[in-house]
Write a new protein. Structure first.
Length: 336
Protein backbone atom coordinates (compact mmCIF):
# COMPACT_ATOMS: atom_id res chain seq x y z
CA UNK A 1 0.00 0.00 0.00
CA UNK A 2 1.03 3.62 -0.50
CA UNK A 3 3.31 4.90 2.29
CA UNK A 4 1.66 7.31 4.74
CA UNK A 5 4.93 9.00 5.72
CA UNK A 6 6.50 12.12 4.21
CA UNK A 7 9.87 12.80 2.65
CA UNK A 8 10.90 14.52 5.89
CA UNK A 9 9.86 11.43 7.87
CA UNK A 10 11.87 9.21 5.52
CA UNK A 11 14.98 11.39 5.71
CA UNK A 12 14.81 11.51 9.51
CA UNK A 13 14.45 7.73 9.77
CA UNK A 14 17.26 7.02 7.32
CA UNK A 15 19.97 9.32 8.63
CA UNK A 16 23.03 8.03 6.76
CA UNK A 17 21.60 4.55 6.06
CA UNK A 18 20.48 3.16 2.69
CA UNK A 19 17.35 1.44 4.02
CA UNK A 20 15.38 1.40 7.27
CA UNK A 21 12.19 -0.36 8.29
CA UNK A 22 10.13 -0.05 11.45
CA UNK A 23 7.07 -1.74 12.96
CA UNK A 24 4.15 0.00 14.65
CA UNK A 25 1.35 -2.34 15.70
CA UNK A 26 0.78 -4.57 12.69
CA UNK A 27 2.08 -2.03 10.17
CA UNK A 28 5.48 -2.42 8.55
CA UNK A 29 6.97 0.72 7.01
CA UNK A 30 10.09 0.71 4.83
CA UNK A 31 12.07 3.63 3.45
CA UNK A 32 15.23 3.85 1.36
CA UNK A 33 17.48 6.38 -0.32
CA UNK A 34 18.46 5.78 -3.95
CA UNK A 35 18.96 7.74 -7.18
CA UNK A 36 17.11 5.00 -9.09
CA UNK A 37 14.01 2.99 -8.21
CA UNK A 38 15.13 0.46 -5.58
CA UNK A 39 13.93 -3.12 -5.26
CA UNK A 40 13.58 -4.66 -1.80
CA UNK A 41 14.44 -8.23 -0.83
CA UNK A 42 13.94 -10.78 0.74
CA UNK A 43 10.90 -11.34 3.01
CA UNK A 44 9.02 -9.13 0.60
CA UNK A 45 10.14 -8.48 -2.96
CA UNK A 46 8.83 -5.34 -4.65
CA UNK A 47 9.84 -2.08 -6.30
CA UNK A 48 9.53 0.87 -3.94
CA UNK A 49 7.34 3.96 -4.41
CA UNK A 50 8.66 7.55 -4.52
CA UNK A 51 8.05 9.69 -1.43
CA UNK A 52 10.47 12.53 -2.28
CA UNK A 53 13.61 13.28 -4.26
CA UNK A 54 15.77 10.13 -4.13
CA UNK A 55 13.57 8.90 -1.26
CA UNK A 56 11.36 5.82 -1.50
CA UNK A 57 8.90 3.93 0.63
CA UNK A 58 6.60 0.94 1.05
CA UNK A 59 4.03 0.03 3.66
CA UNK A 60 2.37 -3.28 4.56
CA UNK A 61 -0.31 -4.42 6.98
CA UNK A 62 1.06 -7.66 8.47
CA UNK A 63 -1.52 -9.32 10.76
CA UNK A 64 0.98 -11.96 11.94
CA UNK A 65 3.80 -9.49 12.58
CA UNK A 66 4.36 -10.72 16.14
CA UNK A 67 5.10 -14.25 14.84
CA UNK A 68 7.14 -13.06 11.89
CA UNK A 69 10.77 -13.06 10.86
CA UNK A 70 11.56 -10.17 8.52
CA UNK A 71 14.72 -9.76 6.49
CA UNK A 72 14.85 -6.71 4.26
CA UNK A 73 17.50 -4.95 2.23
CA UNK A 74 18.00 -3.44 -1.20
CA UNK A 75 18.74 -5.73 -4.11
CA UNK A 76 21.05 -4.71 -6.93
CA UNK A 77 21.62 -7.58 -9.35
CA UNK A 78 22.88 -10.33 -6.98
CA UNK A 79 24.12 -7.89 -4.32
CA UNK A 80 22.13 -7.16 -1.15
CA UNK A 81 22.65 -3.79 0.53
CA UNK A 82 21.80 -2.74 4.08
CA UNK A 83 20.22 -6.07 5.09
CA UNK A 84 18.37 -5.87 8.41
CA UNK A 85 16.47 -8.45 10.47
CA UNK A 86 13.38 -8.32 12.67
CA UNK A 87 12.19 -11.14 14.91
CA UNK A 88 8.67 -10.77 16.29
CA UNK A 89 8.21 -11.14 20.07
CA UNK A 90 6.13 -14.32 19.58
CA UNK A 91 8.31 -15.92 16.90
CA UNK A 92 9.86 -19.29 17.72
CA UNK A 93 13.63 -19.26 18.35
CA UNK A 94 15.84 -19.78 15.32
CA UNK A 95 18.59 -22.45 15.31
CA UNK A 96 21.84 -21.74 17.11
CA UNK A 97 24.62 -20.62 14.78
CA UNK A 98 28.20 -21.19 15.92
CA UNK A 99 30.44 -18.13 15.75
CA UNK A 100 33.48 -20.23 14.87
CA UNK A 101 33.96 -23.75 13.54
CA UNK A 102 35.99 -26.47 15.22
CA UNK A 103 35.58 -28.84 12.31
CA UNK A 104 37.59 -28.68 9.10
CA UNK A 105 36.33 -26.69 6.11
CA UNK A 106 38.19 -27.09 2.83
CA UNK A 107 37.45 -25.80 -0.67
CA UNK A 108 38.94 -27.52 -3.67
CA UNK A 109 38.64 -26.91 -7.41
CA UNK A 110 37.92 -29.83 -9.72
CA UNK A 111 38.74 -29.89 -13.42
CA UNK A 112 35.39 -31.33 -14.52
CA UNK A 113 35.02 -33.42 -17.65
CA UNK A 114 31.23 -33.25 -17.40
CA UNK A 115 31.06 -29.45 -17.16
CA UNK A 116 34.01 -28.71 -19.41
CA UNK A 117 35.46 -26.30 -16.84
CA UNK A 118 36.79 -26.13 -13.30
CA UNK A 119 34.23 -26.11 -10.49
CA UNK A 120 34.69 -25.64 -6.75
CA UNK A 121 33.35 -27.89 -4.02
CA UNK A 122 33.58 -27.21 -0.28
CA UNK A 123 34.00 -30.05 2.22
CA UNK A 124 33.13 -29.73 5.91
CA UNK A 125 34.37 -32.50 8.23
CA UNK A 126 32.84 -32.37 11.72
CA UNK A 127 34.94 -32.42 14.91
CA UNK A 128 33.88 -35.97 15.74
CA UNK A 129 35.39 -39.43 15.30
CA UNK A 130 34.88 -40.85 11.83
CA UNK A 131 32.23 -43.60 11.84
CA UNK A 132 33.47 -47.01 10.71
CA UNK A 133 31.34 -46.89 7.55
CA UNK A 134 32.12 -43.25 6.79
CA UNK A 135 30.38 -39.98 7.54
CA UNK A 136 26.74 -39.43 6.82
CA UNK A 137 26.83 -36.84 4.04
CA UNK A 138 24.69 -33.94 2.89
CA UNK A 139 25.22 -32.79 -0.68
CA UNK A 140 24.46 -29.05 -0.70
CA UNK A 141 23.48 -26.92 -3.66
CA UNK A 142 25.14 -23.49 -3.69
CA UNK A 143 28.31 -24.66 -2.01
CA UNK A 144 29.32 -21.04 -1.46
CA UNK A 145 27.04 -21.29 1.63
CA UNK A 146 28.69 -24.39 3.11
CA UNK A 147 30.24 -22.51 6.02
CA UNK A 148 26.91 -21.02 7.09
CA UNK A 149 25.19 -24.40 7.20
CA UNK A 150 28.21 -25.95 8.93
CA UNK A 151 27.75 -23.35 11.68
CA UNK A 152 24.17 -24.59 12.17
CA UNK A 153 25.19 -28.26 12.03
CA UNK A 154 28.15 -28.12 14.41
CA UNK A 155 26.25 -27.10 17.60
CA UNK A 156 23.81 -29.98 16.98
CA UNK A 157 26.70 -32.45 16.71
CA UNK A 158 28.42 -30.97 19.75
CA UNK A 159 25.26 -31.40 21.91
CA UNK A 160 24.62 -34.93 20.61
CA UNK A 161 21.38 -33.95 18.88
CA UNK A 162 22.59 -35.28 15.52
CA UNK A 163 25.32 -37.71 14.59
CA UNK A 164 28.55 -36.85 12.82
CA UNK A 165 27.57 -35.46 9.40
CA UNK A 166 29.84 -34.06 6.72
CA UNK A 167 28.82 -31.48 4.13
CA UNK A 168 29.72 -31.46 0.46
CA UNK A 169 28.97 -28.03 -0.99
CA UNK A 170 28.51 -27.93 -4.76
CA UNK A 171 29.32 -24.40 -5.91
CA UNK A 172 26.77 -23.16 -8.42
CA UNK A 173 27.52 -22.09 -11.94
CA UNK A 174 27.87 -18.32 -12.37
CA UNK A 175 26.74 -16.08 -15.21
CA UNK A 176 25.24 -16.98 -18.56
CA UNK A 177 25.56 -20.37 -20.14
CA UNK A 178 27.21 -19.00 -23.29
CA UNK A 179 28.34 -15.79 -24.94
CA UNK A 180 24.81 -14.98 -26.12
CA UNK A 181 23.48 -15.00 -22.53
CA UNK A 182 20.80 -17.46 -23.55
CA UNK A 183 20.10 -18.68 -20.01
CA UNK A 184 21.34 -18.36 -16.44
CA UNK A 185 23.83 -21.15 -15.74
CA UNK A 186 22.79 -21.70 -12.11
CA UNK A 187 19.15 -22.07 -13.09
CA UNK A 188 19.98 -24.30 -16.03
CA UNK A 189 21.99 -26.67 -13.81
CA UNK A 190 19.49 -26.72 -10.94
CA UNK A 191 15.99 -26.54 -12.47
CA UNK A 192 14.73 -29.84 -13.92
CA UNK A 193 13.28 -29.41 -17.38
CA UNK A 194 14.65 -25.88 -17.92
CA UNK A 195 17.65 -26.76 -20.11
CA UNK A 196 17.80 -30.58 -20.04
CA UNK A 197 21.29 -30.97 -21.51
CA UNK A 198 22.82 -28.58 -18.95
CA UNK A 199 20.95 -30.22 -16.05
CA UNK A 200 22.23 -33.61 -17.26
CA UNK A 201 25.84 -32.38 -17.43
CA UNK A 202 25.65 -31.15 -13.83
CA UNK A 203 23.92 -34.36 -12.77
CA UNK A 204 26.75 -36.41 -14.26
CA UNK A 205 29.31 -34.13 -12.57
CA UNK A 206 27.84 -34.96 -9.15
CA UNK A 207 27.34 -38.67 -9.80
CA UNK A 208 30.57 -39.56 -11.62
CA UNK A 209 33.05 -36.99 -10.29
CA UNK A 210 32.04 -35.50 -6.94
CA UNK A 211 30.57 -38.50 -5.15
CA UNK A 212 33.43 -40.91 -5.97
CA UNK A 213 35.97 -38.28 -4.92
CA UNK A 214 34.46 -37.51 -1.51
CA UNK A 215 33.86 -41.19 -0.79
CA UNK A 216 37.44 -42.15 -1.60
CA UNK A 217 39.32 -39.12 -0.25
CA UNK A 218 37.09 -37.73 2.52
CA UNK A 219 35.41 -40.89 3.87
CA UNK A 220 31.85 -40.04 2.89
CA UNK A 221 29.48 -42.96 3.46
CA UNK A 222 28.37 -45.05 0.48
CA UNK A 223 25.16 -46.07 2.24
CA UNK A 224 22.02 -44.48 0.73
CA UNK A 225 20.56 -44.10 4.23
CA UNK A 226 23.50 -41.84 5.09
CA UNK A 227 23.03 -39.53 2.10
CA UNK A 228 20.82 -36.45 1.81
CA UNK A 229 20.53 -33.56 -0.64
CA UNK A 230 19.73 -30.01 0.49
CA UNK A 231 19.14 -26.72 -1.26
CA UNK A 232 17.39 -23.37 -1.17
CA UNK A 233 15.46 -21.60 -3.95
CA UNK A 234 16.69 -22.97 -7.30
CA UNK A 235 19.00 -25.19 -5.27
CA UNK A 236 15.92 -26.64 -3.54
CA UNK A 237 14.54 -27.66 -6.92
CA UNK A 238 17.83 -29.43 -7.63
CA UNK A 239 17.97 -31.14 -4.22
CA UNK A 240 14.49 -32.64 -4.49
CA UNK A 241 14.66 -33.51 -8.18
CA UNK A 242 18.14 -35.04 -7.90
CA UNK A 243 17.26 -37.22 -4.89
CA UNK A 244 13.99 -38.37 -6.48
CA UNK A 245 15.80 -39.29 -9.71
CA UNK A 246 18.35 -41.36 -7.75
CA UNK A 247 16.50 -43.05 -4.91
CA UNK A 248 18.92 -45.98 -5.25
CA UNK A 249 21.61 -43.60 -3.97
CA UNK A 250 19.72 -41.20 -1.66
CA UNK A 251 17.23 -41.96 1.09
CA UNK A 252 16.59 -38.28 1.94
CA UNK A 253 16.14 -35.01 0.10
CA UNK A 254 15.37 -31.57 1.44
CA UNK A 255 14.72 -28.14 -0.08
CA UNK A 256 13.08 -24.84 0.81
CA UNK A 257 11.48 -22.12 -1.32
CA UNK A 258 11.13 -24.14 -4.55
CA UNK A 259 10.49 -21.59 -7.35
CA UNK A 260 9.61 -24.17 -10.03
CA UNK A 261 6.37 -25.80 -11.16
CA UNK A 262 5.65 -29.29 -9.85
CA UNK A 263 5.05 -30.34 -13.47
CA UNK A 264 8.83 -30.49 -13.98
CA UNK A 265 9.43 -33.07 -11.21
CA UNK A 266 9.29 -36.83 -11.61
CA UNK A 267 8.23 -39.06 -8.72
CA UNK A 268 8.19 -42.76 -9.51
CA UNK A 269 5.72 -44.88 -7.60
CA UNK A 270 7.33 -48.04 -6.28
CA UNK A 271 10.86 -46.59 -6.30
CA UNK A 272 13.18 -47.05 -3.35
CA UNK A 273 11.72 -45.11 -0.39
CA UNK A 274 12.64 -41.43 -0.29
CA UNK A 275 11.96 -39.14 2.65
CA UNK A 276 11.57 -35.45 1.85
CA UNK A 277 11.58 -32.42 4.12
CA UNK A 278 10.55 -29.23 2.36
CA UNK A 279 8.78 -25.94 2.91
CA UNK A 280 8.74 -22.19 2.46
CA UNK A 281 8.00 -18.93 4.19
CA UNK A 282 4.35 -17.90 4.13
CA UNK A 283 5.28 -14.54 2.59
CA UNK A 284 7.41 -16.21 -0.09
CA UNK A 285 6.09 -16.05 -3.66
CA UNK A 286 7.45 -19.63 -3.96
CA UNK A 287 5.16 -20.86 -1.14
CA UNK A 288 2.48 -22.06 -3.59
CA UNK A 289 4.84 -23.98 -5.92
CA UNK A 290 6.63 -25.51 -2.93
CA UNK A 291 3.52 -26.94 -1.33
CA UNK A 292 2.09 -28.03 -4.69
CA UNK A 293 5.29 -30.04 -5.11
CA UNK A 294 4.89 -31.50 -1.61
CA UNK A 295 1.35 -32.61 -2.50
CA UNK A 296 2.56 -34.22 -5.72
CA UNK A 297 5.28 -36.16 -3.86
CA UNK A 298 2.79 -37.35 -1.23
CA UNK A 299 0.36 -38.49 -3.92
CA UNK A 300 3.16 -40.59 -5.41
CA UNK A 301 3.62 -42.28 -2.02
CA UNK A 302 6.67 -40.39 -0.77
CA UNK A 303 7.19 -39.63 2.92
CA UNK A 304 6.99 -35.81 3.04
CA UNK A 305 7.44 -33.53 6.06
CA UNK A 306 6.79 -29.80 5.63
CA UNK A 307 8.01 -26.67 7.39
CA UNK A 308 6.57 -23.16 7.15
CA UNK A 309 7.23 -19.92 9.00
CA UNK A 310 5.88 -16.39 8.88
CA UNK A 311 8.89 -15.42 6.78
CA UNK A 312 9.79 -14.98 3.13
CA UNK A 313 12.42 -16.16 0.67
CA UNK A 314 15.04 -15.69 3.37
CA UNK A 315 17.44 -17.12 5.93
CA UNK A 316 14.85 -17.75 8.67
CA UNK A 317 13.24 -20.57 6.69
CA UNK A 318 16.56 -21.78 5.20
CA UNK A 319 18.14 -22.18 8.66
CA UNK A 320 15.05 -23.64 10.31
CA UNK A 321 14.45 -26.03 7.43
CA UNK A 322 18.03 -27.27 7.49
CA UNK A 323 17.83 -27.85 11.24
CA UNK A 324 14.52 -29.72 10.90
CA UNK A 325 15.88 -31.94 8.14
CA UNK A 326 18.91 -32.82 10.28
CA UNK A 327 16.63 -33.74 13.18
CA UNK A 328 14.37 -35.80 10.91
CA UNK A 329 17.12 -37.92 9.37
CA UNK A 330 20.30 -37.77 11.38
CA UNK A 331 19.17 -37.56 15.00
CA UNK A 332 21.79 -38.96 17.38
CA UNK A 333 20.71 -42.28 18.83
CA UNK A 334 22.21 -43.03 22.22
CA UNK A 335 23.16 -46.56 23.15
CA UNK A 336 20.81 -48.19 25.68
Amino acid sequence: MTPDFTADDAAAKLGSKDIVFWVEGNILRITARSDTTPHICCTFSERMMPVGESLWGLQYIVPEIRQSYLQLGLQSDRTLIGMQNYVGPDAAPLPEIATTLKGKLETIELPSRSLGTNRKISIYIPPAPRPVDGYATIYLADGQDTERFARILEPLIRTNKVKAVMLVGLWSGVGSSNSSGEYDLRGAEYLPGAVPEVYAQHENFVLSEVMPLVEQKFNASRNRNDRMTFGISNGAAWAISFASRHTNLFAQGSGFGVPHSADHFRFTQGAAPLKITMGAGRYDWAYGPTFALADKARTAGYDVATVSLWSGHDEAVWDTGFSKALANYFAFKKSP
